[in-house]
Design a protein around this ligand. Structure first.
Ligand SMILES: Nc1ncnc2c1ncn2[C@@H]1O[C@H](COP(=O)(O)OP(=O)(O)OP(=O)(O)O)[C@@H](O)[C@H]1O
Ligand SMILES: [Mg+2]
Length: 332
């Protein structure tokens, strides 16, 4: 027991135990040093000695609902992740300092945003030079090499544009212009953009959305979200396959479904497909092109609208992506 209490005294995390009557029965030194709990906590009720309202409400909720709770708290210029575990005799609270981690995350995002921004202009210049050279080149061999370079610079341009979209959405810098839209119209617009690729692959695009179905979203962002989902549904489909877009309302959310009859995604990859640069089959993905940012954009657009995205898939049979966006009843 003394090893455990020595460990808890030294450890760089905060621990506290509150019994079922709401009395604090344990708090380690970390909790006092970081001014999370008052020094004279012993035998006191939790709301008398915790210094922050966020802790008091989380503890109250954990006692009342008897469930695990996770919150994030900023205090004295530090950032903490707080876990509350409910047990028979009371609750255990664990606090981890995530300040450094958050700083690292922020600087990584800033770096990515700056690099992407700085690359935009040189790429545009390279592209316009290549275009001019292609026009003037008479030698077929040289022309085809220049065309290859132009295609690669197109990939670079797309990558930088995708990164800029993600960093803007993540930072909340991108303001949404939400309005009531006809989803049917947006789907038609997206299909129009992709119909040539679909025809070449003999994939049928089917819009099953009701013509009266309204959706409250930023039109440009919603189109980009759907374009990425439909692009994948075509790209990872089989010849003579289908892509169906449909929609319905469920629990105050508009749900958009994009399903395909394609190659599907193996179960073990499903939790990661929304991560940046994640691609299921690298060698295959190289053949079909792309950077692995599409689904990350989809996720960020859904999140920035207060929604979410889910995927269901069976290898060899197809995939179904569901986007949930909150319904705005006040504007209907
Ligand atoms: N409808 C789908 N069917 C099968 N696999 C899919 C589907 N959608 C996505 N995936 C898998 O998830 C990976 C990530 O998709 P994502 O759209 O983020 O990237 P990408 O399509 O490879 O490239 P990008 O969209 O940036 O051009 C893909 O590489 C593919 O392996
Ligand atoms: Mg994609």
């Amino acid at each position: 027991m003394s090893i455990l209490s020595d460990f808890l005294r030294e450890v760089d995390e905060g621990y506290a135990v509150i019994n079922t009557s709401g009395i604090v029965v344990y708090a380690n030194d970390f909790m006092i040093k970081r001014h999370i709990i008052k020094e004279n906590w012993e035998g006191k009720l939790y709301y008398e000695c915790f210094n922050l309202l966020a802790f008091v409400s989380a503890i109250a909720e954990c006692i009342a609902e008897k469930k695990r709770i996770k919150i994030f708290v900023e205090h004295d210029q530090m950032e903490y992740s707080v876990d509350l575990f409910s047990a028979k005799d009371g609750i255990l609270l664990r606090i981890t300092d995530i300040t450094q981690f958050k700083r690292y995350e922020r600087s990584k995002k800033e770096f990515l945003a700056n690099v992407s921004h700085e690359l935009k202009t040189p790429i545009a210049i390279i592209r316009s030079i290549l275009e001019t050279l292609i026009e003037e080149e008479q030698d077929e061999k040289k022309k085809s090499m220049l065309e290859r370079a132009l295609r690669r610079s197109e990939d670079m341009k797309n990558l930088v544009e995708d990164l800029l979209i993600i960093t803007k959405l993540e930072s909340g810098e991108e303001k949404l212009r939400k309005e009531n839209l006809s989803l049917w119209d947006v789907v038609e617009l997206v299909f129009d953009n992709i119909k040539e690729v679909a025809q070449n692959k003999k994939v049928q695009l089917i819009n099953r959305v009701d013509e009266n179905f309204k959706i409250y979203a930023d039109q440009e962002k919603l189109a980009l979200l759907l374009l990425n989902l439909v692009d994948n549904a075509v790209k990872y489909n089989k010849t003579n396959g289908q892509v169906v877009v449909s929609a319905y309302t469920q629990d105050a959310h508009a749900v958009i479904e994009v399903s395909d009859t394609g190659i599907g995604i193996p179960k073990e990859h499903l939790p990661f497909v929304f991560e940046r640069f994640y691609r299921v089959d690298r060698s295959r993905s190289k053949e079909v092109g792309g950077t692995g940012l599409g689904l990350s954009i989809v996720k960020h657009i859904a999140l920035s609208h207060g929604g979410k995205v889910e995927v269901e898939s069976k290898e060899g049979e197809g995939s179904k992506f569901r986007v949930y966006l909150p319904v705005n009843y006040s504007t209907l």
